[in-house]
Design a protein around this ligand. Structure first.
Ligand code: UDP
Ligand code: MG
Length: 315
């Protein structure tokens, strides 16, 4: 099969008939063999009934209904697991992404040998309250990941099949699939300017907290990729450094006191200087950091995926 199109959706009953019809038209025109996987992420409206009807009329259309609303990442993960096409396309259900982009995305994966091609909504039809923070967010993601993409969170993306089988999208990590792909060793990541349109029906499913959560996720993803297999390198070095500096300060304070006493001067109490307390706190924090690293090391040592490397080729 040439293509799998995965559409995660939550309360999109008005859009999906038009969307699937449009996708099917594009597929037919280009002679692609395909499947459309509609993942209903616990919709409360009529979406599932619409999907059932669509699947009856066109046997390239499949539906998966999740028990409740788990979020876009879970919906994508679920779709990825059952995808069978050589090239896998993800697309939002709200008609903001255009199915007309599919043939070119397919060609870039097949002929230009990209592992992943991400859409870039160069001209966006979204409110400014969303486009401004998005720019910041993308800049941060570029710096943290080293991947030169303009639009990490674009819903329209194309993947070589292996990529989606080798990564696990969880939580709200759908914003960082290119980063997950890079960490899994798929580094040929491309970008294509895509047409974006205003939402035709319904409302956006992500509120303002997308930005806070987005930044937190970026922190965890870059931390995890760097240190999750060796947490002691982070906590241990920080802890040891802090402990040693504080220890030296304490020794310094002690030695000063000793010389005061020896020379017969009236020595101030050690506890009368603020440096004593700063150094004391430093030693305690240093020990705690070291311990945190040690515990994290024990946990990662016994994790079932401590050796999750993937063999690329063998002869
Ligand atoms: N979506 C989903 N589960 C959710 C939230 C959203 O499957 O919990 C789907 C939604 O139906 C749409 C896509 O994810 O197909 C993108 O959502 P939306 O258009 O609301 O995001 P925006 O375009 O505002 O970033
Ligand atoms: Mg949208």
């Amino acid at each position: 099969m040439d293509l799998s199109v995965i559409v995660p959706l939550y309360n999109e009953e008005e859009s999906i008939t038009e969307l699937t019809k449009w996708i099917a038209d594009v597929m037919k025109k280009n002679n692609f063999s395909y499947e459309i996987i509609m993942v209903d992420d616990g919709s409360k409206d009529n979406s599932w009934n619409v999907i059932q009807k669509l699947a009856d009329d066109n046997n390239n259309i499949h539906g998966i209904k999740l028990k409740r609303n788990y979020g876009k990442s879970a919906a994508l993960h679920c779709g990825f697991q059952s995808a069978e096409g050589d090239v896998v396309i993800t697309m939002d259900a709200d008609l903001q992404d255009s199915p007309d982009e599919i043939p070119e995305l397919y060609r870039m994966i097949k002929d230009e040998h990209y592992d992943l091609v991400s859409g870039w909504k160069q001209k966006r039809y979204d409110p400014i309250s969303k486009t401004m923070p998005t720019k910041l967010f993308n800049a941060a993601a570029r710096v943290a990941s080293g991947i030169k993409l303009h639009d990490f969170n674009c819903g329209l993306k194309a993947y070589r099949k292996n990529v989606i089988k080798d990564i696990e999208v969880y939580g709200e990590m759908h914003r960082y699939i290119p980063v997950l792909a890079k960490q899994a060793g798929y580094t040929t990541i491309g970008e294509k300017v895509v047409i974006h349109r205003a939402r035709k029906f319904g409302v956006s499913k992500f509120g303002i907290n997308r930005f806070i959560n987005g930044f937190l996720d970026l922190l965890s993803i870059s931390f995890i990729s760097r240190f999750s297999k060796k947490p002691m390198h982070f906590f241990g070095s920080l802890g040891t450094l802090l402990f040693l500096i504080s220890l030296m300060a304490i020794v310094g304070i002690g030695v000063t006191k000793y010389f005061y006493l020896k020379s017969g001067h009236p020595a101030p109490l050690i506890t009368s200087t603020p440096y004593f307390y700063i150094a004391l706190t430093g030693m305690i924090l240093g020990t705690q950091l070291f311990l945190a690293g040690f515990l994290a090391e024990l946990i990662s040592r016994s994790a079932s995926n401590r050796n999750d490397y993937v063999i690329d080729k063998k002869i």
